[in-house]
Ligand binder design. Structure first.
Ligand code: SF4
Length: 422
């Protein structure tokens, strides 16, 4: 294979600190080849203390696709995770013997014109904490991983649509993506203002007739729009609260993010499904108590989560700005990386991560008896949210997409952001 050109995020550090988190929260899907390799390694479930006989589980996904995954214990831990929190396969046979999904995590690779953009998953605590070596200094290692997974034809992929049914050339699409990144990079403004600015000029892009405006004229348009909106929006605007219909849609979406099911912990029995349905009813009504999702997000009054939980901690500003920039630079918010959404629709979904994260942070603080959020609440909430963003099948369904487009059409996304940052 010829060497792939990769593009790394500019402001992210990462080194694995062996917390074992990914081995507890993600279902590890494997290929038939990997199954054969693992089975030939001679593992015995009794010897490794696994609670189940089969170490590889074959089943059907929600969409009916046949899948193979490593078995998990009741708490979601991979059966190959040892008592010290380390991978048994890695320990006995070395890193290359592990399934590809484990070797890649937390990296994600997406076609970006004639390069492949590298993004990271913020479900990994070392990513959210920005711990380790700058990613841009790990080019050689990351390219080796990329070469294992990126198909040779990756640079032939078409650019994602800019808006539904409007496809531009890669350089034109990337001008828009780079302009989003520049809007987010502006250091003088808060993360809320930066996201609102990007949403605001993307709204105008969505109304542009690209039959007449192409090539360099797109750059001129972007320059005019971004400058005008930067001057107009200097601080968080005083917006009225989101409507009750918007709050209902938002709670259903946010509830989907908060549900940190792993394949093993998801209860598919009648009782489990009934519990899910009751949780959805509670999220729709928004009155009484929230459903409980694990120990971190307990039953608290919905009304509590509507109140202000104090200003966004300063460190959280940095974390959230870095999050949005890594996702945008890595094209981790549209196209094949994000349910094939257009740039505009994908950014609207990404923008909803902000109020969702802060709502879950309030929920966590409230569960712990606090009425102010701290940076740890925001960090943990972002880990929960990014675990699902772009990876949960439920968030890619027609219903979830409709919720985002309804919120966007009703002009409610900026109101949700302003409300969450109050
Ligand atoms: S969650 Fe991140 S830091 Fe923890 S073991 Fe996985 S890759 Fe390493």
């Amino acid at each position: 294979m010829s060497r792939i050109a990769i593009e790394l995020p500019t402001l992210q550090n990462w080194t694995c600190h062996n917390c074992g988190g990914c081995c507890k929260q993600h279902a590890i899907f494997i290929t038939d080849e990997e199954r054969e390799r693992i089975e030939s390694q001679g593992w015995d479930s009794d010897q490794i203390g696994a609670s189940q006989k089969d170490l590889v589980i074959e089943e059907r996904s929600l969409t009916g696709k046949r899948t193979l995954r490593l078995a998990q214990e009741a708490d979601g831990s991979c059966v190959f995770l040892d008592e010290k929190g380390l991978c048994r396969i890695h320990g006995k046979f070395g890193e290359p013997a592990k399934p590809l999904a484990c070797r890649i995590y937390p990296y994600a690779f997406h076609p970006k014109g004639d390069t492949v953009a590298v993004s990271l998953r913020f479900s990994c605590p070392s990513v959210t904490e920005n711990r380790g070596t700058p990613v841009r200094r790990q080019k050689k290692e990351i390219r080796e991983i990329a070469e294992l997974v990126v198909p040779e034809k990756a640079t032939k992929f078409p650019a994602p649509a800019v808006i539904k049914r409007t496809k531009l050339h890669w350089d034109e699409t990337l001008s828009i993506v780079n302009a989003i990144d520049q809007t987010l990079a502006n250091d003088g403004a808060s993360v809320g203002v930066k996201v609102l600015r990007a949403l605001s000029w993307l709204d105008l892009i969505a109304q542009t007739n690209f039959q007449n405006i192409r090539g360099e004229r797109i750059d001129e348009l972007l320059e005019i729009l971004t400058t005008a909106i930067e001057e107009e929006l200097q601080e968080l605007p005083e917006l009225e609260n989101p409507s009750s219909l918007a709050m209902k849609q938002f709670r259903l979406l946010a509830g989907q993010y908060a549900r940190k099911d792993t394949f093993a912990s998801a209860d598919r029995s009648f009782k489990g499904r009934w519990k899910q349905l009751r949780a959805a009813f509670r999220l729709t009504s928004g009155s009484g108590l929230t459903p409980a999702f694990g120990n971190e997000l307990g039953e608290v009054p919905f009304s509590t989560l509507e109140k202000s939980f104090g200003p966004l901690p300063e460190e959280s500003e940095e974390l959230l700005t870095r999050y949005f920039r890594v996702k945008v630079q890595g094209l981790h918010f549209c196209g094949p990386a994000f349910y094939n959404m257009s740039v505009v629709e994908g950014f609207q979904s990404l923008a909803i991560v902000l109020p969702t994260t802060l709502w879950i942070a309030r929920w966590r603080a409230s569960t712990n008896g606090r009425d102010q959020i701290c940076h740890e609440d925001v960090r943990e909430a972002l880990q929960i949210v990014d675990h699902q963003h772009g990876y949960s099948e439920a968030l890619g369904t027609w219903g979830a997409r409709k919720r985002v487009s309804t919120l966007a059409q009703m002009g409610q996304i900026p109101k949700l952001i302003a409300w969450a940052l109050k």
